[in-house]
Design a binder for this molecule. Structure first.
Ligand code: ARG
Length: 581
């Protein structure tokens, strides 16, 4: 099955060729003057200019040909050479029925690349905050979008589980619990009864890092422990594993609430297993240079307008850098998998880091030249005041608290009649509210957290979309209970329905642009638009009591098509639809 709009575009292209023009491709767009046409073609003016001809004359000739297409009811020339197109009802009906039969016609672009996605990026023993929320939301949605357009994906959480802070945390634990078996000289790997919780770790982490920063001796001890850890000192290594386990369990449960999952649960520590190989490879390539005691790779390019500093691989003190970790990760990934593109979803403030890493990997031929690196940086979620999001006492807002806060708000807005699973439903609604608000602005745009706005049942919100979609579902359920048909549209009588199907025709292009821009904002806008259009229709028609059975079946088919697409799109956004709300 084909994409209907693309078929018309091809026909217009062929008509233009038959009129003697050379043209590679034609695009038509939804009309911004619906009173004049459903879609419009704006390509005549540039074509006329290129061929030094009168645009109106070309447009007039083309319109005569277009009028003959079976899809077209009418075509006309407007202004300096715009062409307005009006579709036949049967064309719209066929499109709706095709998409009822196979929903993927609106999504599958036939792109079959393998895309590796690096998102999440939580840090062991450290609080999961709102920055990690955006990485999870955007990364997960992009993964689902990649899958729906036809790509294979490999996702990795890229756990921050390695480096000096681990030494600091172990040192702090050692101070507090010096008698733990992990710290015995003769520790030989036996299980240790040590009930440290995630809350303990979160409390301990800032204390441990502050102490080290304030006292050079403590820092030195932490460094030493970290070095021993990296050399797999049995006690430290076992304790570290224990900490990673406690942290990961908590993080996994939050990701589960956020419908976020990963194929790989790799950490920086896993990547660092390949550090020696990676460094050796880079040395053999002769691109590492010594600079002020550090080992660096020059990654600047003559065309840079802003200077890109050298990438520091190994620091003066012998420790490998965050950059080196990412390069080792690339080494590991490209050795294990056949990857076409590697996407990273982090705060846009990490852009320079990734630019350096990508350049170093490409320049050193660590990756095949066709491998495409994509940095999908995102803006910050700020507090309602537009300043970085903080708790009332000025601390970093833990993700869990944010989720709980929004869940509580959503619970208040649930129907009173819901008693079973009330808490769970509230959580599902809260996740929808958070995700939709998070994915609605263009990826790089900052936005302000506003709990009332995000959970408003009548706004451009996840809650509004859920509510409307659930209502579609219950209408279909009632229709089913009454043995009414809804698998096919037969007639298209109302203007409001034409508008809905015309909006639906644009979906595939929106999917394509979202994939190209690696941003979900257009999908969010589309969902809101189509849902509104449908709700207007719903308010005006009594579907279940309609007496004309042909019309009723068509209305139900429309409802089913919108419901299916809404569910599909909400799923791409990582949003689940509760039973009721
Ligand atoms: N753990 C990092 C942080 O919290 C994010 C990791 C991003 N991914 C990467 N491959 N470096 O800032």
């Amino acid at each position: 099955m084909k994409y209907k709009i693309a078929e018309i575009e091809t026909k217009i292209k062929n008509s233009l060729i038959s009129l003697g023009f050379e043209i590679d491709s034609v695009t038509i767009n939804p009309s911004n003057r619906p009173d004049l046409g459903d879609y419009q073609f704006n390509g005549i003016m540039p074509l006329a200019k290129k061929n030094n001809q009168n645009p109106i004359e070309i447009a007039t000739k083309l319109v005569e040909l277009i009028k003959e297409y079976p899809e077209i009811k009418d075509a006309s020339v407007a202004g300096p050479g715009f062409i307005n197109l009006r579709f036949n009802d049967s064309f719209l009906i066929d499109f709706l029925n095709d998409s009822l039969e196979d929903i993927t016609i609106n999504y599958n672009l036939g792109i079959n690349k393998t895309i590796f996605l690096d998102y999440g990026g939580p840090n062991v023993a450290k609080i999961l905050h709102v920055g990690h929320l955006r990485s999870a939301n955007i990364g997960e949605a992009l993964k689902r979008l990649c899958n729906s357009v036809g790509c294979k994906t490999i996702s990795d959480v890229h756990l921050g589980d390695w480096g000096r802070p681990m030494g600091m945390v172990i040192l702090e634990i050692k101070n507090r619990y010096p008698d733990l078996a992990y710290f015995k000289e003769d520790y030989n790997g036996e299980p240790v009864d040590f009930n440290i919780t995630n809350a303990d770790l979160l409390e301990l982490y800032p204390i441990a890092t502050t102490k080290a920063k304030e006292d050079e001796n403590i820092m030195e001890m932490a460094r030493k422990i970290n070095l021993d850890l990296q050399n797999k000192h049995p006690g430290y290594y076992a304790l570290w594993k224990h900490i990673v386990e406690v942290s990961s369990t908590e993080v996994k449960s939050i990701y589960k609430d956020l419908n976020t999952s990963f194929d790989l649960w790799e950490g920086e520590s896993d990547n660092c297993e390949y550090m020696d190989d990676t460094l050796k490879f880079l040395k053999d390539k002769n691109i590492i240079i010594e600079s002020e005691g550090a080992q660096v790779i020059n990654v600047s390019e003559p065309t840079d307008t802003l200077e890109i500093p050298p990438l520091i691989l190994v620091k003066k003190n012998g420790a490998v850098s965050y950059e080196a970790t990412d390069i080792a990760a690339i080494w590991e990934r490209t050795n294990k998998y056949d990857i076409d593109e590697m996407w990273y979803m982090t705060d846009k403030r990490q852009e320079l880091h990734f630019k350096q890493v990508f350049r170093a990997a490409t320049k050193s031929e660590l990756v095949k030249p066709e491998l495409k690196f994509v940095f999908n940086g995102f803006g910050t979620m700020n507090g309602p005041d537009g300043k970085p999001f903080k708790t009332r006492d000025g601390g970093v807002m833990p993700l869990k608290d944010l989720l709980d806060m929004v869940t509580e708000e959503c619970e208040k807005r649930l129907m009173d009649s819901i008693s079973e699973n009330r808490q769970e439903i509230a959580k599902t609604v809260a996740v929808a509210a958070i995700k939709y608000a998070d994915l609605l602005p263009f990826r790089t745009t900052d936005y302000n957290f506003d709990i009332d706005k995000f959970t408003d049942l009548n706004g451009k919100t996840g809650t509004y979309l859920l509510y409307s979609t659930i209502r579609m579902r219950s209408l279909l359920k009632k229709a089913q209970e009454n043995n009414l048909l809804f698998n096919k549209m037969e007639v298209l009588k109302q203007e409001s329905i034409r508008k809905i199907i015309i909006a639906m025709l644009d979906l595939k292009r929106i999917i394509k642009r979202s994939f190209e821009n690696c941003s979900l904002n257009e999908i969010c806008e589309y969902l809101y638009k189509i849902t509104n259009l449908y709700n207007n229709f719903y308010a005006e028609h009594r579907v279940l009591t309609e007496e004309n059975k042909e019309i009723q079946a068509s209305w139900l088919a429309l409802t089913k098509a919108i419901y299916d697409n809404n569910s599909y799109l909400l799923n791409i956004l990582g949003i689940n639809i509760p039973e009721k709300m």
